[in-house]
Design a protein around this ligand. Structure first.
Ligand SMILES: [Fe+2]
Length: 256
């Protein structure tokens, strides 16, 4: 028990939750599990010292955080998952580069759109794994240099659903699964797999759609040449409200 607490040195659990960007119930769980030491006020309320909190945040030199945000773990999962493309051989490298590019563009665009911090992080993670469903598609079809047959194209079109199914099987990645499953939906409802439109498409999936299309156009991959930036921008602009969210395209064009 302590007689008097200096509010500059001690945090309430609510203040600590805010500082660590965690929920209050998570902080309470850490306290009850003795992972976060507290002092008690005469009234029996928990108070967390600033030093304890800083240590938990890993701000002391050389210490890694004792408490890791669930989102940090999810980001690590996603970064690791992308390496599964290496199984596709030389062609897999293009997927890895594309995935990282889409993650970076989605991160920047969602930030510029004013998304809350959590959604910006989700956009980055979903961007990283948006094409993961390709691992379920026949390798020869993926590596084919010649134009695809209609049947082969239908196979490729399975990748958003396959990716969604894969991610949905991991508890912490369920929120990303729905975004991945929707990244080839179009604003006019002619996309796939479900043909949903407008606001029925998650806003982060609309971000990924722009990021994916742009990177696919401007980057040079083993299977295609790059397109000049101006042409790619014009392609995005022409498809405002058709393939892409028009307001988001406007912001994107200002951003790049
Ligand atoms: Fe895709």
């Amino acid at each position: 028990m302590v007689e008097k607490l200096d509010t500059d040195i001690y945090f309430t659990p609510r203040e600590a939750a805010k500082r660590l960007n965690l929920s209050l119930s998570t902080i309470k769980n850490y306290i009850y599990a003795n992972k976060l030491k507290t002092l008690k006020t005469p009234g029996g309320h928990h108070r967390i010292s600033k030093n304890e909190l800083l240590a938990a945040m890993g701000e002391k030199a050389g210490l890694s955080p004792k408490i890791e945000s669930p989102c940090v773990s999810m980001e690590n999962y996603c970064a690791a998952l992308v390496n599964v493309f290496k199984l596709l051989g030389p062609h897999g490298n293009s997927f890895i580069i594309h995935s990282r590019n889409v993650a970076e563009i989605s991160h920047k665009l969602s930030k510029a759109l004013g998304f809350k911090e959590e959604d910006v992080l989700y956009a980055k993670m979903a961007g990283l794994v948006h094409d993961i469903g390709h691992v379920a598609i026949d390798r020869r079809t993926l590596a084919k240099q010649e134009p695809l047959t209609l049947q082969e194209y239908e196979l490729i079109k399975l990748h958003p659903s396959k990716g969604g199914e894969l991610l949905n099987s991991v508890k912490d990645l369920k929120d990303i699964a729905i975004i991945v499953a929707q990244h080839h939906e179009r604003m006019d409802g002619t996309g796939y797999p479900k043909g949903i439109s407008e606001k029925d498409i998650k806003k982060i999936a609309r971000v990924i759609s722009i990021a994916e299309a742009y990177d696919a156009m401007v980057s040079e991959y083993s299977y295609k040449k790059s397109m000049p930036k101006e042409e790619a921008i014009s392609e995005l602009a022409q498809n405002k409200g058709l393939q892409f969210d028009g307001d988001m395209v406007e912001v994107f064009i200002q951003l790049i």
